[in-house]
Design a protein. Structure first.
Length: 75
């Protein structure tokens, strides 16, 4: 999947992955895609909730050996 920006939030615990994603998305244009990696177990709940609350679209979520990879499209 193609993306416009990347964020490595591995090693960070809640709420830092979502806070860093919010900041990174602010720099993007509407419709652009952020690829984010996170290994915090709470991220599987926090990231979809963040997208729903902020109006962003969670395009894809995959598990790569214990690390979650998210593709978020800015609203």
């Amino acid at each position: 999947m193609t993306y416009d920006a990347e964020l490595d939030a591995t090693g960070l615990l809640c709420p830092l992955p979502v806070l860093k994603a919010r900041k990174r998305l602010q720099a993007l244009q509407s419709g652009q895609v952020l690829k984010m990696r996170a290994d915090d177990p709470a991220a599987v709940v926090d990231v979809p909730h963040f997208c729903a609350e902020q109006g962003h679209e969670l395009l894809k979520q995959v598990d790569e050996s214990g690390t979650q990879v998210y593709f978020l499209q800015k609203a």
